[in-house]
Every structure is written in structure tokens, then in C-alpha cells.
Ligand binder design. Structure first.
Ligand SMILES: [Zn+2]
Length: 463
């Protein structure tokens, strides 16, 4: 049975979907004004594996991941670039899709954009005003009246009084109390705007996700996720609006993903200590990056170091290595040992998607597979098949084994050149010109390519 750590109760809970065999899941996506960094990749990867695993368990998943395409940072960047907001966001939505595809992240079922839901956001704000939960401040912006929602702070695990006293330093005149947050912001000169009963302006960020999630998934829905930094105030503010406007619970399970850190600091644009996904993928294969990210549990921080990526590479090499030379049939072969690994793998994933333990099960399986291969045992095929199947639930071992070993971003020689030399060497060997054959082997070794002969066949890999 699947259990999920719920940030509201701070406990693992048995997962009970609202509708049998269906999961509705919303994840706060990307604000599109720049390239995504590896911190974004971590968030997307965590929910990619959650999405894949839920489907593997037989659930029909409706996965909604939004795009924030209106925001102060977007307006500022478009102004600096002297380009329209639309052209800036369109460019970075394309880049986002390319990066997600390159990481092997499955596309969400629905990817709503904030600007497509403005009239619905205006309706929500209007409802909140009608019900006495929102007001027009002295500057004309509309605010949510936090004091009217007593459970405020339930996700942050703080009560309203604590939050109020902590927030008192920066009292803004336009608001009744410092915790109140903006729902509708009037536009300044040259800023993009939409009409509303309160004047031309744009919605606040916290309002977007309430509207996009409930329009797509209804209310309540099963799982709402995001980065740890969104817990407060973003998600707290989403709960306040949704539960006040519609007078019913908003979300059943809140899930939050840990940060990627560099030297114990969060990787972020504002600290300028980030690596973009495309930079990282220039040096590392996509599955290595995936392995590196899944090697930590999704709630823990991940420390980004070259050593950990190298570690991920050699681990993945070992898993692919175990499949080398195996002919894997399509139909499932039942075998006690293979079934046992599968149930251990499922138990790890059922325990709040514990990918580090699930990976360790794959290693145990690969070890037994190597032993069985060496001893020529029948069960090697069953084990190889199960290894490939279980790894694919994590989005790993999806490549052809020889292709995997033959792609390397660092190598000076490409596959075509290598294969041409191997053909020359084969010709030399058939003419018993051993000196020439050895010379070619050395030439390849100097370029970082190792070859292995088995009978008439020669396989190769980058070192
Ligand atoms: Zn959100």
C-alpha cells in the first residue's frame, strides 16, 4: 500500500485517492523568463518519478503542471530586453519543453498558462470580496484579509498570532495587516494589464494556482506539490483563498521537494550559484543526471558536486554493464528471485517514493545478474528482464546498452570514426597483420576508447 508524507500532518499517510484508481495531481511549475537550472530539474524529476510510479501501479493520473507567464520578474526582464512579454515567455516555454524532453521527463497531461485564466481569477477575487475575505486597499490593489481565515498557518505549522508578530516589521500602509497578500495588482505605466471591476491590472501569483488547479481538477483534489520554498506563503495563501471561496477542503496531500544545494546553500537565480539544465547536459548524459537526482530522497536536500555526478555515472555504468550481452525477450519470465526483487522495489517506492532504497534493490539485482551470467544460469534472462522493467519505472536503463556506452560528451572521437578504425583493425586481423591491429587498438586507447573482442565481434566503449 502506498504511503505519502503529507506536509500538513507531517506524517506518512496511506494514500486514498478521491476516485478509485484515479489520481489528480497539481504541481506549481516554472515562471518563464530564463533557462531552467538544476534546482528546477530536481523538482520536475521528483514529480516525474511520482507520476511514473503512480501509473505503474495502475492509477489513471491527471497531472497538471502550470506555467507562470505573467509576473513581476517577467515584466522586468522583457523591459530590459526591450521585447514583448509574449515573445519572452514563448521563447522560454520552448526552452523549458526542450530541457524537460532532454531529461526524459514525461509531459504533464495539462500545462495551463496563467494568462489563459484571467477572467476566472477575476471571478475568484470577486467571490472573496463578496464573502468578506478580501478588500480593496488604499492604493486600489485588492488584498486577501488573512485575519478572516482562522486556520491560516496550518501548512507552515504556525498560528496566526505568531505569523502576525513575525511579519510586523514591514507594515505596508495599503494593507490592513502585514500578512495580507495581493490578489489583484493595478498596472503601472507600460505594464501589461487586463480589465477588472477594480481597474486595469494583473492577478497576484497566489491566485493563479488556485484557479488553474481547481478548474482542471475540481476541489478537493488529491496531490498538490512544489518546492519546499513554496510551502509558505505561496501554498498557505492558496489554501486560504480556495477554502474561503468554495467553503470546502482544497487538497488532500501536500508534497514538497528539497532544494539542490551548492556548498550547503540553496541553488537559485538570486544567489547566482546555479547551473542551467542545458549546461549540465552538455557534460553529462541525461540518465546520469536523473540517477544523481534520484539518489537522494525527494524530501532531502541534494548537494551538487562533480564527485556526485561521477558517482552517478559509475553506478549507472554498472547497471548498464549488467545488461551487456543479454538478449532480453519481451514476455515476462516468472522467476522467484526476480519476483522477490520486484516486491522489494515496490515496497521501497510505496514508502513515500523512496528512490535511494529502490536504486539499492536494483544494485542487488544487478549483482545477482552478473553472478548468474558468469555461471551461465537460466535465471540471468529473467533477472535482466526484471532489472530493465523496474529501472524503467524510474526512467533509467531506457537506452540501448551499446549506445549508452558509446555516447560520451567528452570524447574527441565520434562513433563513426571509431567504427571505421575497428573495421580497419578487423581487416588487419583477418590478414594476420597483428602489428597493424595492435597499432589501431593503441590509437583508440589514446582517444579514450576501449575495445573488447569476443570471437569475431568487437565491442567498444569510452573509458
Ligand atoms: Zn503555485
Amino acid at each position: 500500500m502506498l504511503s505519502i508524507y503529507n506536509s500538513v500532518t507531517k506524517q506518512k499517510e496511506i494514500f486514498k485517492p478521491i476516485q478509485a484508481n484515479k489520481v489528480s495531481m497539481y504541481v506549481c511549475g516554472i515562471t518563464v523568463y530564463d533557462y531552467c537550472h538544476i534546482g528546477h530539474a530536481r523538482l520536475m524529476m521528483a514529480f516525474d518519478v511520482i507520476n511514473r510510479y503512480l501509473r505503474h501501479c495502475g492509477y489513471t493520473v491527471n497531472y497538471v503542471r502550470n506555467i507562470t507567464d505573467i509576473d513581476d520578474k517577467i515584466i522586468k526582464r522583457a523591459f530590459e530586453n526591450k521585447e514583448s512579454m509574449q515573445s519572452l515567455t514563448a521563447r522560454f516555454i520552448d526552452a523549458l519543453t526542450e530541457d524537460m524532453d532532454a531529461l526524459g521527463i514525461l509531459a504533464p497531461d495539462v500545462e495551463p498558462k496563467a494568462t489563459e485564466y484571467i477572467p476566472e481569477m477575476v471571478d475568484l477575487i470577486d467571490t472573496l470580496i463578496q464573502k468578506g475575505f478580501a478588500y480593496v486597499g488604499s492604493t486600489g490593489d485588492v488584498y486577501f484579509d488573512v485575519m478572516q481565515f482562522k486556520p491560516y498557518g496550518k501548512l507552515a505549522h504556525k498560528d496566526l498570532d505568531d505569523l502576525q508578530s513575525g511579519a510586523r516589521i514591514a507594515i505596508e500602509e495599503a494593507k490592513k495587516t502585514p500578512l495580507d497578500f495581493v490578489l489583484w495588482k493595478l498596472s503601472k505605466d507600460n505594464e501589461p494589464y487586463w480589465p477588472s471591476p477594480w481597474g486595469n491590472g494583473r492577478p497576484g501569483w497566489h491566485t493563479e494556482c488556485v484557479v488553474m488547479s481547481s478548474k482542471q481538477l475540481g476541489q478537493p483534489f488529491d496531490i498538490h506539490g512544489g518546492g519546499n520554498d513554496l510551502k509558505f506563503p505561496h501554498h498557505e495563501n492558496e489554501i486560504a483563498q480556495a477554502e474561503c471561496a468554495y467553503e470546502k477542503p482544497f487538497v488532500n496531500y501536500w508534497m514538497h521537494v528539497g532544494f539542490v544545494e551548492i556548498n550547503k546553500e540553496k541553488m537559485s537565480k538570486s544567489l547566482n550559484n546555479f547551473f542551467t539544465i542545458r549546461d549540465v547536459l552538455r557534460d553529462w548524459k541525461s540518465e546520469i543526471v536523473r540517477y544523481f537526482l534520484l539518489y537522494s530522497h525527494y524530501r532531502s536536500p541534494v548537494d551538487y558536486t562533480i564527485e556526485s555526478l561521477e558517482g552517478a555515472q559509475s553506478a549507472l555504468d554498472r547497471l548498464y554493464g549488467a545488461l551487456r550481452g543479454m538478449d532480453i525477450p519481451l514476455g515476462v519470465i516468472d522467476n522467484e528471485s526476480a519476483k522477490n526483487y520486484e516486491s522489494r522495489f515496490m515496497a521501497a517506492m510505496d514508502d513515500d517514493f523512496n528512490t535511494p532504497v529502490a536504486l539499492s534493490v536494483l544494485f542487488d539485482l544487478a549483482r545477482e545478474l552478473n553472478r548468474s551470467k558468469a555461471e551461465g544460469l537460466d535465471n540471468a534472462v529473467a533477472l535482466a528482464q526484471r532489472l530493465k522493467k523496474l529501472a524503467s519505472v524510474l526512467g533509467l536503463l531506457t537506452e540501448d546498452v551499446e549506445n549508452y556506452f558509446q555516447q560520451d560528451a567528452h570524447s574527441a572521437m565520434n562513433a563513426g570514426e571509431i567504427e571505421a578504425l575497428i573495421a580497419l583493425r578487423k581487416a588487419a586481423r583477418s590478414e594476420k597483420n597483428w602489428a597493424k591491429a595492435d597499432e589501431i587498438r593503441l590509437q583508440l586507447a589514446e582517444k579514450g576508447v576501449t575495445i573488447e573482442d569476443s570471437g569475431d565481434d568487437t565491442t567498444w566503449r569510452y573509458q
